[in-house]
Design a protein around this ligand. Structure first.
Ligand SMILES: [Zn+2]
Length: 363
């Protein structure tokens, strides 16, 4: 599936209005929350109205913790807002608003356009929608947006922790790419040199420009957003999330399920993934001789301290403790998170070899 247009510019909203007109859409539903409406929705609506397009608004309400969640309640709220005659959906927000909209777009057949309000995840153009149904988070296959328009000023003014989270989702590629290569070499999982190369290039763009990203310079934010989009593109190209998601994402998923079960407020995806990446890198490095014994010598991972140093520069968390994830949950995740996904990783390998993951590996 191809995105017709991807724009990361200062005049993205004007270009979005032009695009909507060029598609002959005249009746759009803008899906947002209280914060993203203010950050981008209002200005975008002005551009659309100015172009003679009817703009309807669906504001997704937060839950009792103040979190906007992609759960049954939000999904029905969005579906009910799709009145007769609505010909396009605009997702104005970060990952969650996109997942809600992506689901609605798939179920109704009405195309959607992505309007990211923060460079916080690499999933804007994803076909997968992680949804919480009956308290369990599962990724459902949905659709990729027809186009993406990101206003660089909106992204730059996003909450700093969301920018840090996006950087975290990119540094996760250090371990996800290594896990993917390992799984290909030892377990015959499908692989694409092209998707791996795109992802690796995007990762190093972020690493090489960490100072500009940390300083929230316009150029740094543009580089981060483009890297997240490129990582998303690699997943679309490959057809699965292997390039961007390895054991660090499985740990994050395990923690998130625990938080949902306990009714705790949610933590940004990229923040969990950042802390998990440092942890996984430390574990892998500690057991590197065992990993090499599996016959793999072409997989590389930098030291956990190097990754932690980058994350600290942008203000991202580097340990589960910083996120109030206790040692018991961390230990449980290291032993069981690999069972959440039917995919080979070095973490699965260590567990299947009954190699005991020692306490020293935990930061
Ligand atoms: Zn991710």
């Amino acid at each position: 599936m191809n995105n017709e247009k991807i724009v990361v510019e200062r005049d993205a909203f004007a270009q979005c209005a032009e695009y909507v007109k060029s598609k002959n859409w005249t009746n759009v539903l803008l899906i947002a929350d209280e914060h993203t409406k203010k950050a981008a929705g209002d200005e975008l609506a002005e551009h659309l109205t100015g172009a003679g397009i009817k703009v309807n608004l669906c504001m997704i309400d937060p839950d009792k913790n103040g979190d906007v969640k992609a759960d049954e309640v939000s999904l029905v709220q969005a579906l009910l807002a799709i009145d007769q005659g609505v010909d396009s959906l605009l997702a104005v927000g970060a990952g969650t608003i996109h997942d809600i909209t992506r689901f609605c777009s798939d179920k109704t057949g009405i195309p959607f356009v992505s309007i990211p309000t923060a460079p916080s995840v690499d999933g804007f153009t994803s076909v997968g929608a992680p949804l919480v149904v009956r308290g369990t988070k599962t990724t459902f296959k949905a659709v990729s947006p027809a186009a993406l328009f990101a206003d660089i000023e909106v992204l730059t003014n996003a909450p700093p922790q969301m920018i840090a989270a996006g950087f975290g989702d990119m540094t996760a590629k250090f371990t996800s790419l290594a896990d993917w290569r390992f799984s290909h070499l030892t377990a015959g999982e499908p692989y694409s040199e092209e998707a791996a190369a795109i992802t690796e290039r995007a990762l190093w763009q972020c690493v090489d420009h960490v100072e500009q990203i940390a300083a929230k310079e316009e150029e740094g934010i543009r580089i981060l957003m483009n890297a997240l989009i490129e990582s998303g593109k690699a997943m679309l190209l490959f057809g699965q999330s292997h390039p961007a998601s390895g054991a660090e994402h499985h740990l994050s998923h395990f923690w998130e399920m625990d938080f949902i079960k306990k009714g705790r407020p949610q933590i940004l995806h990229g923040a969990k993934v950042a802390a998990a990446t440092v942890l996984i890198a430390a574990v892998y490095k500690q057991y590197w001789p065992e990993i090499e014994k599996a016959g793999v010598t072409t997989v590389k991972i930098p030291d956990a301290d190097f990754i932690a140093g980058l994350l600290e520069r942008v203000g991202a968390p580097v340990s589960p403790a910083e996120l109030h994830i206790d040692q018991d949950l961390v230990a449980a995740s290291l032993h069981h998170a690999h069972k959440l996904r039917d995919r080979h990783t070095m973490l699965r390998f260590l567990n299947e070899q009954h190699i005991e993951i020692k306490k020293e590996a935990l930061r």
